[in-house]
Every structure is written in structure tokens, then in C-alpha cells.
Write a protein that binds this ligand. Structure first.
Ligand code: NAI
Length: 710
């Protein structure tokens, strides 16, 4: 049974979504026809006075079945599916009988669009429920009439943030915003729906836009308010997306064009735009990586099997600096007891104060009570005494990036903690297997690479050392999940995966600078390609000094095998000779003013004279983006990475690789492996072997293999 139908003695039919074998009700090729049959039955039966649409599951309807969206490739099939949904919903609206959506829980996307087509929306006061149209976040638009009905219900200006940002609201907030008409206690939901149908249904069975003289609330598209909304909206969108994301543009199109005509014509505009997006490469990339990839990683899909789930009560953190303080916060946030150790009492206290600051902000915003804040703070014990680590289930080390110091704290901690407790290092550059040599039990030694700021960044790169056991890996993954982060698992190697590939983006920026490419062109091209920050600005943020130090360390470690490049020359010049260490020091490639404004350092032109012939923006974008994909392919070939999707999830969550490309492997997949190989061969000829495609890619190109089957 997918959809249940019941008629009561008072003439109220209840259509209940109750899909089997799936966690949530979704719109797909089974549920839509079943729902259509139920609607047909209600319409045909003269005994039916009104209809309630509700769900037997914990939530109302989650939206379209994304497996189906990914699988549908041809525009014609997509058009058929969406058109049939539209006629069904228009049938509900214009069939003459009143419908109420009784939303017991979350109603998102297509689920909320069904509710929007009903004559009234009543939501249960369910604090876990979320209501909204998040399609844009997966490169799609609300294709079930959402772009047409929501503006007609709450006005264009109010509707656009929901459509363009995918904002989701809890029922009470949804009521304030006009997304629902009523919020009632959960146990009164169905009785209230019935009451409305019997008392007010008949007189509300025609929607305002199907009546003569309908005016868009808040002003027409062609009105002063409308002009302002669309001209400013377009410009703001362009500034944010550089045209890389077709979905928000398509949404603006639908609202602009669709809200100047009758709703049936408006829906036609929406159907056409939806089919274009849903068959386009950007939405496929976003659904694959952002939805399926991140969901699987968060659910620990690659966790070694057969290891009992570990729970965490007490966590030790060594080093209460920027990273240690953040990890302490994330652990106490979920109720773990935290021992925060530093070499000085002041240092440890400062680390704890970081959490205090974050929670106090929340108290200020009334999102936390003083009592809750105090209880959380009490979980963190600042200390200088290793003996306090006794009883910790895991210890995470975030002391200075120095092998000797790390070895010292490893020994001191292991002397205190249980023999099966995990010892994790948050090193960003030192190979884990080497650090594990200081450990008396290397099987329980692992890398947990967090990102800064820890409280905001969702990714943890888990690094498996040569001796790390499956048991330790599985339990470390449980820890990452427990503190609500998303892990990817990689094998040990210099820079692991994220730092290694991320640094190629920054490095390419420096190489371009060394060639005499305009600094503004380099950084603008990075942002236009979809990266959050240009490579030179990023180098400043990471700190040029740190980059230079890591390169020197790598050169020392690799000896004769190290291939020095123009990037090293730029680093040495800017750091050693010019003393421009980066943003923290107030000067790097940019000068930083007191008020936070930055501008490119005027002296750059003298240090790195401009070439007479400048490359095009497209050429610079291509180099900055493709270099990341080539290096990622090398990581796969060397088995640093175990699966392509890990690369894509790690890049998007770790350093903001643009989601519309799906990730560095998604980018190769989108271009086609053979085309990618050809382009990289040409780049390698011009710019050097760093662009040379690895054998893995050449073989794939030769045999026509792909990374993803859809
Ligand atoms: P930090 O300099 O802010 O903090 C290090 C802390 O460790 C200081 O409070 C210091 O007093 C303490 N410490 C040093 N030696 C100690 C010892 N023997 N016993 C106890 N405490 C000691 O450094 P940050 O940025 O927090 O980095 C820490 C680690 O995390 C490093 O290994 C770094 O490579 C790594 N990391 C840093 C990231 C970043 O963005 N800063 C990102 C990912 C990893």
C-alpha cells in the first residue's frame, strides 16, 4: 500500500500517504499515480464534501525521489513526469472540492508543493518538522508548481528567499512567514482539518488566482516594487554565483515570467525550466555529491564491519590552541566530558574560554539558557596535568606541528589512558605512520584531521596509518559521527588528501603570479570558477609563512626527489626576502587595513613584473580548477583515496570546491575522462608535468571507463 483512502460518514475523505519500505514518503513513479487514483476517486464520488491529505509516517512528504531524478536522463521523460504532476495538482485546485493538507511532520520540496496546491495548509506543532522548498540546494527548482504558487500566496518578494536559498522553517516560523495557514497540536491535526472542511471548505474551494481580479500580494512583477526586486535580485545573484549555478537563474525566470501570466501558463514556464535543470549536469553533480555522497559518508558507509559501535563519554584534548579549543567545543556540545590540556594553565583556560564565547553568543541570541550554558561549560576541564586523562575513551592531540613535541605528548598520554583507548593526531602535514612510531600501541593510533574553524567546518579527514587497525578506524569513525561531523577515510601520505590537493590550487595561483599574470586576474578567476576565495588571498589566509615552512620541510624530507618549482621561488621571495607572512601579520599578497579591508599590495608589480601577453580568464580558471582534479586522480591511483566519491565529498566540505562541478572527480566525470586527459596533456606541454594525467586516467580514457555511472 502506498496511499490509503478512507471516506467517513460526514463526507470527508482522507488520503493518507503511507509508502512502504522507505523511511519517508517521496514523489516517484509509484506514489504519484497512486495519489492520482485516490484524488480521482474523491472527485468522482458525490458523497465526498472535502478531502484531507496527510501521512501515516512520522513526516508528511520529503519531496521527489532523488534516485528517480538522477536516473531520468531524457528531457522528454522528465517533461512527462512533471506535466502529469502538474495536471494532478491543478485538478485538486480546480476540481470544486476543498482540500486540506494536514502536515504532521516535515514537508519539503514536492511534498510541500502538494500542500501548496491544497486549499488550506494546517501543520502539526511538531518541533522536528521542517517546511520549505530546498530544491535549489541540489541544483533544481520546485517543479511541482512551487515557483508559481508560493509567490501567489505570500508575494514575490517574500517568496524569493525560500525559492532561491531553499530556506526551511519549523511550523511556528512557517506560520509567521505564511507558508502554512494554521499550526495546531499534533493530536488535533485531523479533527481541525475536518472541522475547517465542514465549516469553511465549500466557500474556499476556489483559489484566489482562479478568481477574477486576482492581484499578486505585495505588488505585481511590473510595478516599482517588482522592478526593484528583480533588478537587484539578478545583480546579487550574479555577484554570488558568477553564473555557475543555473538553478537560481531559472527560478528567477519562472517567477518573473510566470507571475505575469495566468497560472496554467506560469506552470508551463516552470515545467520547461525544471526539465532543463533536471537533465543538466550541474544538478546531477550536486545530487550525487551533496545528497548521496554526504549522506553516505555521514552514515559511515565505509566503516569496517563487525566492530561494535563505540560510545564516547570522556575525551582528552592535548593543546588548547585554535584547533584544540574547537575540538573541545564540538565534543562538549554533544555532552562529552572534555579534559583540555595545555602546557600552561593560562593556555588551557584560554582554550576553554573559546567555547564560553560561542555559547554566550547563543545565550545572547536566546537560543540557549544560562543554565544550559553553565552545564556545557562544566563539561570542559582545563588542565596541565596528564593524570587527568585517566578514563578517556579517546585522546586527540593538537599541539604544535612538531614531531618531537607530538612524540612527547603521545607517550605521556598513553601512560595514563586505557590500552584500547584511541590516540588521534590532528596533524595537518606529518605522516601518521611516522608519528605512530612514538606510540606503544600503533594499532590504536590514527589521524583525525579537523578543519578550521572546527565549530563550523563539517569535515574530518580520517587518516589510517600503516599499523592502524580496522577496530580503531571503526571506533574513530563513531567518534566523528558522535560529534556530528562527516568523515572521509584516506590512507597515509604526505599532505594526506585534502591538504595535498587544496595546495595545488594555491600553488597554481603562485605559479601564475611567477609567470607575470595580473594578480587581480588570478584571484578573480578563482572566484569566478566557483572557489570561495582566490588563490592569492587564500595563501594569505592560510599564512604564507606556514606554506613556506611546509614546502621547506617537504624538500628536506624528500631530498633529491623534491622537484623545486616557481612556487618555491615565490614563497621564498615573499616570506624570506620581503617578510610578508600573510593575513595574520597584516601583509602578504594583500595589505590588510585595521577595518578588515584588503587590497592587493602595490609592490607586487615590481616583484613580479607583468607579462606583456595576459592569458584569458577562461585559461586561468581552467588551470586553477583542472590542477586540483589531476592531483586528486593521482591520490586515487596511489590509493591515498579509496573511492571517487570520498574525493568529491572531502573537497566540497573541506575547502569549498564548487558543488556544481560535483567535486574534483565530478569535474573529470562532467568533462568526460577522455576530454579531460586531452586537455591536461596540452596543459602539461605548456606548463609542466604537474598537469600530466596519471596512468589511471589514460587507461580509463582508452577503455571508455567512467567514474560514476550516472
Ligand atoms: P596553536 O598554536 O593555536 O595551538 C597549539 C597549542 O598546543 C598551544 O596552545 C600550545 O600551548 C599547545 N602545546 C604546545 N606544546 C604542548 C605540549 N607539549 N603539551 C601541551 N600543550 C602544548 O596551533 P593550532 O593551529 O591549533 O594547530 C594545532 C595542530 O593542529 C597542529 O598539528 C596543526 O598542524 C594542526 N592543524 C591546524 C589547522 C589550522 O588550520 N590551524 C588545521 C588542521 C590541523
Amino acid at each position: 500500500m502506498t496511499i490509503d483512502y478512507k471516506l467517513d460518514a460526514d463526507g470527508i475523505a482522507t488520503i493518507t500517504w503511507a509508502m512502504q519500505d522507505v523511511p519517508m514518503n517521496v514523489l516517484n513513479q509509484q506514489s504519484i499515480p497512486a495519489f492520482a487514483d485516490a484524488v480521482k476517486r474523491a472527485q468522482a464520488d458525490s458523497a465526498v464534501k472535502g478531502v484531507i491529505v496527510t501521512s501515516a509516517k512520522a513526516d508528511f512528504i520529503a519531496g521527489a525521489d532523488l534516485n528517480m531524478v538522477l536516473a531520468l536522463k531524457d528531457a522528454a521523460g522528465m517533461l512527462d513526469f512533471v506535466s502529469s504532476l502538474h495536471s494532478l495538482l491543478r485538478g485538486i485546485e480546480t476540481g470544486g472540492k476543498p482540500y486540506v493538507a494536514a502536515m504532521n511532520g516535515t514537508a519539503l520540496g514536492g511534498g510541500y508543493e502538494i500542500a501548496l496546491a491544497c486549499h488550506r495548509r494546517i501543520a502539526a506543532d511538531n518541533p522536528k518538522a521542517l517546511i520549505g522548498l530546498p530544491e535549489v540546494t541540489l541544483g533544481l527548482l520546485p517543479g511541482g508548481g512551487g515557483t508559481q504558487r508560493l509567490p501567489r500566496v505570500i508575494g514575490v518578494r517574500n517568496a524569493l528567499p525560500f525559492l532561491l536559498e531553499g530556506k526551511k522553517l519549523a511550523p511556528k516560523k512557517a506560520l509567521e512567514a505564511g507558508l502554512v495557514d494554521e499550526v495546531v497540536p499534533a493530536d488535533e491535526l485531523l479533527s481541525r482539518a475536518k472541522e475547517w472542511l465542514l465549516a469553511d471548505g465549500a466557500k474556499n474551494a476556489t483559489r484566489p488566482w482562479d478568481q477574477k481580479g486576482f492581484k499578486l500580494p505585495g505588488g505585481a512583477v511590473q510595478s516599482p516594487a517588482g522592478y526593484e526586486t528583480f533588478t537587484a535580485g539578478n545583480a546579487m545573484l550574479r555577484a554570488k554565483t558568477f553564473g555557475n549555478y543555473p538553478a537560481p537563474e531559472a527560478i528567477l525566470n519562472c517567477v518573473y515570467n510566470g507571475c505575469q501570466v495566468d497560472i496554467d501558463t506560469g506552470c508551463k514556464v516552470e515545467i520547461r525550466e525544471f526539465a532543463k535543470l533536471a537533465t543538466g549536469v550541474e544538478s546531477k553533480n550536486m545530487i550525487r555529491s551533496l545528497f548521496f555522497g554526504i549522506t553516505a559518508a555521514s552514515k559511515l558507509a565505509s566503516r569496517p564491519q563487525g566492530v561494535p559501535k563505540a560510545s564516547y563519554r570522556k575525551v582528552g584534548i592535548l593543546g588548547a590552541g585554535m584547533m584544540g579549543a574547537g575540538i573541545a567545543f564540538s565534543s562538549a556540545e554533544v555532552g562529552m566530558e572534555v579534559v583540555l590540556l595545555d602546557s600552561s594553565a593560562e593556555g588551557a583556560a584560554r582554550g576553554k574560554a573559546y567555547s564560553e564565547g560561542l555559547w554566550n553568543k547563543r545565550v545572547g541570541a536566546k537560543r540557549m539558557t544560562e543554565t544550559e550554558c553553565a552545564a556545557k561549560l562544566a563539561l570542559i576541564k582545563p588542565t596541565t596535568d596528564f593524570a587527568d586523562l585517566a578514563g578517556c575513551d579517546i585522546v586527540v592531540e593538537a599541539v604544535f606541528e612538531d614531531r618531537a613535541i607530538k612524540a612527547d605528548v603521545t607517550r605521556k598520554a598513553e601512560a595514563v589512558i586505557a590500552s584500547n583507548a584511541i590516540f588521534a593526531s590532528n596533524t595537518s602535514t606529518l605522516p601518521i605512520s611516522g608519528l605512530a612510531e612514538a606510540s606503544a600501541r600503533p594499532a590504536n593510533f590514527i589521524g583525525l584531521h579537523f578543519f578550521s574553524p572546527v565549530d563550523k567546518m563539517p569535515l574530518v579527514e580520517i587518516i589510517r596509518g600503516k599499523a592502524t587497525s580496522d577496530d580503531c578506524l571503526a571506533r574513530a569513525m563513531d567518534f566523528v559521527k558522535a560529534i556530528r561531523k562527516t568523515p572521509i577515510v584516506v590512507n597515509d601520505s604526505r599532505g594526506f588528501y585534502t591538504s595535498r590537493v587544496f595546495s595545488t590550487y594555491v600553488g597554481e595561483g603562485l605559479a601564475l603570479l611567477a609567470e607575470g599574470v595580473k594578480p587581480a586576474l588570478i584571484d578573480n578567476a578563482g572566484r569566478m570558477a566557483g572557489m570561495p576565495v582566490g588563490p592569492l588571498a587564500l595563501a594569505d589566509e592560510v599564512s604564507l609563512e606556514l606554506m613556506a615552512r611546509i614546502r621547506k620541510q617537504t624538500a628536506a624530507d624528500l631530498g633529491a626527489a623534491y622537484q623545486r618549482s616557481a612556487i618555491d621561488d615565490v614563497c621564498d621571495r615573499i616570506v624570506d626576502q620581503l617578510g610578508r607572512l600573510g593575513k595574520k601579520a597584516g601583509k602578504g599578497f594583500y595589505d590588510y587595513a585595521q577595518d578588515g579591508q584588503k587590497r592587493l599590495w602595490a609592490g607586487l608589480a615590481k616583484e613580479f613584473p607583468l607579462a606583456t601577453i595576459q592569458p584569458s580568464v577562461e585559461e586561468v580558471k581552467q588551470r586553477l580548477m583542472l590542477i586540483q582534479s589531476v592531483e586528486t586522480a593521482r591520490c586515487l591511483e596511489e590509493k591515498v583515496l579509496l573511492a571517487p566519491i570520498d574525493a568529491d565529498v572531502g573537497a566540497i566540505l573541506g575547502w569549498g570546491f564548487p558543488a556544481f562541478l560535483g567535486g574534483p572527480i565530478g569535474q573529470i566525470h562532467s568533462l568526460g575522462v577522455a576530454a579531460f586527459v586531452k586537455t591536461c596533456e596540452a596543459l602539461a606541454k605548456r606548463h609542466g608535468p604537474r598537469f600530466a594525467p596519471p596512468p589511471l586516467l589514460r587507461d580509463m580514457a582508452a577503455s571508455g571507463k567512467r567514474f560514476y555511472d550516472r
